[in-house]
Design a protein. Structure first.
Length: 304
């Protein structure tokens, strides 16, 4: 197991299953109420037409076929045998319960799939959907991933998220009532947010003792409102050193038991406007490890 100064998701999976388990992203063809007018029109200002999805997903293929393709790649690359089906782009609970059940069942029917990770928005989690997820959580490894980005309502408005922090807290409370594990997605380096505000969001996550957190570096993509603002010179992005410092500050303040599912990200090469240094993901991750070692600190060291 990789020795880390933070609670790395792949290590948690290894502890749980006794070997490596790989996540495979699938695009099940969902929409998003923030894009189709259900809540707002136009979507989050950083979101591109792929709905914040990974490169190469093809919703024209069935969920099972996408998993099969992903499995073959993972088997070739890592000799992997077990997988988590990650319903990633758009809002993967934005459909009636019966439609959701069909798609999640299809994923679990694929040989070697031992769990589900469901990415969604906090306002797409009515009680009947949470009941359905709780049913899956009793028989498979299930993570509910909720896009939050920031705990500051002013930031959420600026991003045109179409929900506030209270909406996240409400969804989290109802998910926890059902025993679901929740991973919150946060973005570091959002326009208009300073260091202290980012750490305030972190302290909120620590106070809530979240089961998991994904830290995303803000990626500016072409074809987005944020991309247009960047090209007009209206916003700046973090340099690598600032991001590494910030990520370490955040790790120190998170609860030590919170699973870190992501610490940066490599944006789609063909659409990424900035920051281009983020394409060297391993360099960033190594720099975070080195900075934690230099400080001789670890996750949770400064958790209140
Ligand atoms: S909630 Fe997700 S899919 Fe919807 S507009 Fe925002 S980033 Fe895009």
């Amino acid at each position: 197991m990789e020795a880390k100064r933070y609670h790395l998701y792949s290590n948690q999976l290894k502890e749980q299953f006794g070997h490596r388990v790989h996540k495979i992203s699938v695009d099940a063809g969902f929409g998003c109420p923030n894009r189709d007018g259900g809540r707002e029109q136009g979507g989050c200002i950083f979101c591109d037409p792929t709905g914040s999805g990974s490169v190469g997903l093809d919703h024209r293929l069935s969920v099972a076929a996408q998993l099969q393709v992903g499995k073959e790649i993972m088997q070739r690359k890592y000799k992997a045998q077990q997988f988590i089906a990650y319903f990633q782009p758009f809002s993967n609970t934005y459909a009636p319960v019966e439609a959701l059940r069909r798609l999640y069942d299809e994923a679990l029917s694929v040989d070697g799939v031992v769990g589900l990770a469901i990415g969604t928005r906090p306002d797409c989690l009515p009680d009947d959907v949470l009941d359905l997820l709780a049913d899956y959580a009793r028989r498979t490894d299930l993570w509910l991933e909720i896009g939050l980005q920031s705990s500051h309502d002013a930031t959420l408005q600026r991003l045109r998220r179409g929900h506030d922090y209270g909406c996240f807290l409400d969804a989290l409370a109802r998910a926890r009532l059902r025993g679901l594990r929740v991973c919150a997605h946060l973005i570091l380096g959002l326009p208009g947010e300073n260091h202290a505000e980012i750490l305030a969001t972190t302290d909120e996550m620590a106070r809530l003792r979240l089961d998991g957190v994904k830290l995303h570096l803000l990626h500016i993509l072409s074809g987005t409102e944020l991309g247009a603002a960047y090209q007009r010179g209206e916003i700046a992005v973090l340099d690598q050193e600032s991001y590494v410092t910030l990520a370490c500050d955040v790790l120190e303040r998170l609860h030590p038991a919170t699973v870190i599912q992501r610490l940066t990200g490599d944006g789609p090469r063909d659409r990424l406007l900035a920051p281009l240094w983020s394409l060297k993901k391993w360099e960033v991750l190594n720099a975070i490890d080195a900075e934690l070692a230099r400080r001789d600190t670890r996750q949770g060291e400064r958790c209140g």
